[in-house]
Design a protein around this ligand. Sequence first.
Ligand code: AP5
Length: 217
Amino acid sequence: MRLVLVGPPGAGKGTQAHFIASHLSIPRISTGDIFRYNVTNHTELGAQAKEFMDRGDLVPDEVTVAMVRDRLGEDDAKEGFLLDGFPRNVPQAETLKKMLAETDIKLTVVLELEVDEDEVVRRLSGRRTCRRCERVWHVLYDPPSREGICDDCGGDLFQRDDDMEEVIRHRIEVYKSQTEPLVAFYAEEGILAVIDAAGPVEEITSRALGALEPYTR
Ligand code: AP5
């Protein structure tokens, strides 16, 4: 399956991507995680992305697209993938379509996670992420058993720089103006599936797997 997750910041894309990718045995490719890895490791790509990420703006398309092209060219993505955070605007979606067409492939489905703005702010302000395995936790909704430590791998948990309320509000505006038009784009392509992403994590995972089931046949 070649799957894209779309939804506002904090919709739970990263959380669900973890379970869906493992259930479908496909690699999870998160552009946000790749950028953060590069920022932490002080690479040139990280330096190009950092100022945009800190403000909550999109990293320029040419930087992002080149990175995704490289990642999709790796062996583990040949038979399928889950993209989390890409495409993020209509030009990126058009480029992705052309990129896949070069090897005669198409996206299978785009899954939109719908959730309201107040919930997004609550989720993001309590988010903690594992430095080692990138598993996402929440201090209230999904706390690890030991504060600051990932239950899955024992790695340290950290709070993202762009999870300050002011930056969160800006990211939501960027989502509305630049990313939300993708919903109409993929509806037009006939490959959009939508789920309500409010409720407990496990319930949303089963809704997501239920919505994807027709595309696995
Ligand atoms: P990115 O990392 O992609 O951030 P985002 O899209 O803003 O999404 P988030 O990671 O904030 O949220 P999420 O939906 O994954 O939610 P999560 O599962 O963590 O991008 C960061 C930046 O990188 C961008 O601003 C941009 O600068 C740059 N970038 C990335 N891709 C780009 C691109 N294609 N083009 C240009 N620039 C790009 O959940 C959030 C919290 O809620 C967690 O604590 C979780 O535990 C909790 N939670 C999840 N589900 C539930 C639930 N059901 N109930 C209660 N709590 C829940």
